[in-house]
Design a protein around this ligand. Structure first.
Ligand SMILES: Nc1ncnc2c1ncn2[C@@H]1O[C@H](COP(=O)(O)OP(=O)(O)OP(=O)(O)O)[C@@H](O)[C@H]1O
Length: 467
C-alpha cells in the first residue's frame, strides 16, 4: 500500500503508545488505519486475533477487511468490525456475560414491540412508535433520562412515560433481544467488571478506531475501560466531520484524547488525494468556518472545474434540471456509477428518484451497478465520487426548517458533503427560501449563501439543451 512520508510516520509509529491522527477529508486517514493493522501483523508479528479495527458502518468494515486480506493474503479476515458487532461479540462470548443468548432486534420487530407497549398505556398513541424509540435511545446515549425525554417530546405524563420505558425494556428482555443502544450500554456495563475487561483486551490489545470524532459517550466509555485494562488505541478522525451529534456523538472527547492520555502521539496529514484543487479550495473555506484552528489541506490532484452553484425555487425544478444534466452526461459516455446526488433527508430523495425513474435514468441499487447514487450526506461519509450534486436542505416541500441541526453541525455536514467530490461539484441551492438552524434566528444566512464568489461559478438553472 502506497503511503506518503506523513502517512508512513503515523502508521509506523511506536506501538507502545496511544496514537491520534487528526486530518481533513481525503487525506488518507482510513488508508493509514489499514496500514497500521497490516504493520502490526507483519512487522510486529502481532496475532490478528489481538487487533480490532472499528469502522463506522458495515460497508466500511467490509472494505477494510478486503484491503487487509489483500495485503496479508489471508483466506478470510475479521479484523475490521463495527462498534455494535464488536459489542455484540463481547456480550455473546465473554465468560462474565449474562447475555450470551441475546440477539439484535430488527427494525420491524422493534416497531411492533414498541407499538404493543404503547397500546397498553394509551391506545391512541401507537402512531408515536418510531419517534418514541428514537427519543428513548437518544436520551440513553446522551446519558439523559428517557422518561423525561418522552415527557418533553410527547407530553406523556410521568406515569405513562415511566410505564413505556419499563414495558419496552421488559418486552425486549423477555424476547432475549437487544436494540443498538442496549448493546453499547450493556457492553460498557460488562467492562466495568475487571475480569471481563481483561478477557476482552486479549481480543483488542490493539484497538484501531476510524471516524473517532463521531463516537458517542458509551462508546468512549468502552474505549476508556479497555485502555485502563491494557489496550493501545490508534484513532483517526476529523473534528470538521462531526455530523452525528443527534446520535449522541461527543467530538470533544476526540479533541481531548491526547490531553486525557498523556504521551499520546499526535499526527497530522496535510495532503489530499481525493479532490481537485478547485474542490479543495472550496472545502477549505468551509473547514475554516467549522473551526479556524483546523489545518487546511493541499491536493495532489490535477485541476478540473470550479464548483458551481445553481439556484432553484423548488425541488421539482431542481430534479428536472438534474435529470437533463444526467442525460447529457450519459450521452457523453460518463459512467453513472461515478456520480452521486447527496441529499439531506430521505424525502428529498423520493422526489428526485421519481424524476429519474420517469426519465429512465438508472439509479444505483441492488442489481443495478451502473446507476447514479442518491444518498444522504450521513450515509455518504467516507465515500467518494467523480461528480457530486448537493441538494440544499431548503429544497423540500414543507416544514423545511424543522430538521436542521445547530449551526456548527450544519457546517460540518456541508464540509462532509463537499469533500465527497473528486472532480466536479454542483450545488443545487435555493437562496429564495429561508432556513432555520436549531440554535439561530430564521433570518440568519444559510452557510451556502455566505460562500465567497471567487470560490465558485453560478450555473444557469434553465434547461437549454434538447436531449
Ligand atoms: N498515499 C496515497 N497515494 C495514493 N492515493 C491515496 C494515498 N492516500 C490516500 N489515497 C486515496 O485518497 C482517497 C481518500 O483516502 P481515505 O478515504 O483514506 O481518506 P480519509 O482521510 O479517510 O477521508 P474521509 O475523511 O473523507 O473519510 C482514497 O481514494 C485513497 O485511496
Amino acid at each position: 500500500m502506497k503511503l506518503n512520508p506523513e502517512q508512513k510516520k503515523a502508521a509506523n509509529c511506536d506501538i507502545a503508545k496511544h496514537v491520534k491522527v487528526v486530518a481533513g477529508a481525503g487525506t488518507g486517514k482510513t488508508r493509514v488505519l489499514v496500514a497500521r493493522a497490516v504493520r502490526l501483523a507483519t512487522f510486529h508479528k502481532v496475532h490478528l486475533r489481538e487487533i480490532r479495527l472499528v469502522a463506522f458502518t458495515k460497508a466500511a468494515s467490509k472494505v477494510m477487511n478486503k484491503r487487509i486480506e489483500k495485503a496479508l493474503g489471508l483466506g478470510s479476515s475479521r479484523v475490521a468490525t463495527t462498534f455494535h458487532s464488536f459489542c455484540m461479540r463481547i456480550l455473546k462470548n465473554c465468560p462474565q456475560s449474562k447475555f450470551v443468548k441475546f440477539t439484535i432486534i430488527n427494525d420491524k420487530e422493534q416497531l411492533s414491540l414498541i407499538k404493543s407497549c404503547l397500546r397498553k398505556i394509551d391506545p391512541k398513541s401507537s402512531n408515536k412508535a418510531t419517534g418514541a424509540v428514537e427519543v428513548m435511545s437518544k436520551a440513553r446515549l446522551n446519558q439523559m433520562c428517557p422518561v423525561q425525554a418522552l415527557k418533553d417530546r410527547y407530553r406523556f405524563d410521568s406515569k405513562q412515560a415511566e410505564q413505556l420505558v419499563k414495558l419496552y425494556a421488559t418486552a425486549k428482555r423477555k424476547k432475549l433481544k437487544f436494540d443498538y443502544c442496549d448493546m453499547l450500554l450493556e457492553a460498557d456495563n460488562l467492562l466495568n467488571n475487571k475480569n471481563a475487561a481483561k478477557w476482552v483486551v486479549d481480543y483488542c490489545r490493539y484497538l484501531l478506531i476510524d471516524e473517532a470524532q463521531d463516537l458517542n459517550a458509551p462508546q468512549w466509555s468502552i474505549v476508556n475501560r479497555l485502555i485502563a485494562s491494557g489496550s493501545k488505541v490508534f484513532c483517526v478522525g476529523d473534528p470538521a466531520q462531526a455530523i452525528f451529534e443527534f446520535g449522541g456523538a461527543v467530538v470533544e472527547k476526540f479533541i481531548a484524547f491526547d490531553s486525557r492520555y498523556v504521551g499520546t502521539q499526535v499526527h497530522h496529514l496535510s495532503k489530499n488525494y481525493r479532490s481537485s484543487p478547485e474542490v479543495v479550495e472550496f472545502s477549505n473555506w468551509y473547514r475554516k468556518r467549522v473551526n479556524n484552528q483546523l489545518n487546511c489541506v493541499i491536493t495532489t490532484r490535477a485541476p478540473h472545474s470550479q464548483p458551481a452553484i445553481t439556484d432553484f425555487d423548488s425541488l421539482q425544478k431542481a430534479s428536472i434540471w438534474l435529470t437533463n444534466k444526467l442525460k447529457i452526461k450519459q450521452l457523453d459516455g460518463a459512467k453513472l456509477s461515478h456520480i452521486a446526488v447527496l441529499i439531506r433527508v430521505a424525502k428529498q430523495g423520493d422526489v428526485i428518484k421519481k424524476a429519474f425513474e420517469e426519465a429512465k435514468i438508472p439509479i444505483r441499487k441492488k442489481g443495478v451497478k451502473n446507476g447514479v447514487r442518491i444518498i444522504t450526506v450521513h450515509k455518504a461519509k467516507g465515500q467518494e465520487w467523480d461528480t457530486c450534486y448537493l441538494i440544499d436542505p431548503r429544497l423540500v416541500a414543507s416544514h423545511w426548517g424543522a430538521y436542521l441541526n445547530n449551526k456548527q453541525t450544519e457546517n460540518c455536514l456541508w464540509y462532509v458533503a463537499i469533500t465527497r467530490a473528486k472532480k466536479e461539484l454542483v450545488i443545487c441551492s435555493s437562496t429564495s427560501r429561508q432556513v432555520a438552524y436549531s440554535d439561530a434566528k430564521k433570518s440568519d444566512n444559510f452557510i451556502i449563501d455566505d460562500t465567497p464568489n471567487r470560490l465558485f461559478r453560478f450555473e444557469d438553472n434553465s434547461i437549454t439543451e434538447q436531449v
